[in-house]
Design a protein around this ligand. Structure first.
Ligand code: DC
Length: 335
């Protein structure tokens, strides 16, 4: 006897979605393992606890798997596990080397048999990139890399060394000695500069503008891009930035370019800073954001730009969950 394993994810907890996903998964397993239905003795499903609408076993019966025993169970709700996921085990009455099948979002469960995936999320400041990237990374249980934090740390280093943000010669020297590392604690990115956690400090508005200026310098970009590519090559991750889809990872599996009207973007940043107790002037912040975008989009080396093959999303009038759902549905279409 052989056991074949597999899994898939659904978009919404709805009967029709469960029926579609189960049918697709079982048909793929049959096809890729050259099975005939009579060889399947039993099929056992488990689904994550956010799936309530329908039994996968019933969906299998309706998809024509009538002769074998069928069983569905619900998994416990485990923090950090993949959402809306249906897993399956098929018990087969013959001997062969099984081909396990992982579809859609469930591909991330088997990084050993399914190649890793990189998702590029680019766009101007306040377009919603980081919030969406964090959610997508959490849902797919993969890493989130905030590349802006790396440029912010370079800017902070230049501030500490009292170097003008456009002094290329001194920035070249600074890049030789910078000790910057990206660490993760409970899945949350920590930016560590010279052995100190600067994750909060780099969020200050003065660092934002300085980051935009130092990031114009090719010596800064080359150094940071090298680190970003190294991380992306090793594991599946969502990277947010300005040039991920065009320059850092032109071969990224999925590319999105988020935009929003300037006043909406400024309001988001304003609310974020105020909630952290900073006193900020809305109009000043808006002017800074517009100036920063202009500087990021017009620099010579790897500017802020939509990749030709990126999906553009205007998030101005969308909620975070709407943007996340849209991004995930576009990814599902392509997987
Ligand atoms: O995403 P952010 O606001 O934290 O980025 C701060 C600055 O860093 C941004 O204005 C330009 C620069 N940046 C960049 O040039 N390339 C990236 N991939 C990310 C950020």
């Amino acid at each position: 006897m052989v056991i074949i394993r597999g899994a898939t994810t659904i978009e919404r907890d709805e009967k029709i979605e469960i029926q579609r996903a189960v049918k697709e998964l079982l048909e793929q397993i049959e096809m890729r393992n050259s099975l005939t239905r009579s060889e399947i003795m039993s099929i056992v499903f488990s689904s994550t606890s956010d799936i309530h609408s329908y039994y996968p076993a019933k969906a299998a019966r309706e998809a024509g798997f009538e002769h074998c025993s069928l069983f569905s169970a619900m998994e416990p709700d485990i923090e950090g596990s993949l959402k809306l996921c249906i897993r399956v085990m098929l018990f087969i009455e013959k001997n062969f080397t099984p081909c396990h099948i992982y579809l859609r979002g469930a591909k991330v469960l088997r990084k050993d048999i399914v190649s890793k995936m990189n998702i590029a999320l680019d766009g101007p400041a306040g377009s919603g990139k980081s919030t969406v990237a964090k959610e997508v990374a959490k849902d797919y249980n993969i890493l989130y890399l905030d590349t802006g934090a790396m440029y912010r740390a370079c800017a902070l280093k230049a501030m500490q060394a009292k170097i003008a943000f456009d002094d290329e010669e001194r920035l070249i020297e600074l890049m030789k000695e910078i000790d910057l590392s990206i660490e993760y604690e409970g899945g949350v990115q920590k930016t560590v500069l010279d052995g100190r956690d600067v994750s909060e400090e780099i969020r200050l508005p003065e660092v934002s503008m300085a980051a935009s200026t130092v990031s114009k310098c090719p010596c800064v970009r080359v150094k940071m891009v090298e680190k970003q590519r190294e991380i992306a090559q090793k594991m599946s991750c969502v990277l947010d930035g300005r040039d991920i889809g065009t320059y850092v990872l032109p071969e990224a599996d999925f590319k999105f370019f988020l935009t929003a009207r300037p006043e909406v973007r400024a309001k988001r940043r304003y609310d974020e800073l105020v909630s952290k107790g900073h006193a900020v002037d809305f109009e000043e912040l808006k002017a800074d954001i517009v100036k920063r975008d202009e500087q990021d989009a017009t620099r010579e080396f790897a500017p802020l730009k939509k990749a030709d093959d990126a999906v553009e999303v205007d998030t101005s009038d969308m909620t975070i969950s709407e943007v996340v759902a849209f991004v995930k549905s576009k990814m599902q279409e392509k997987i």
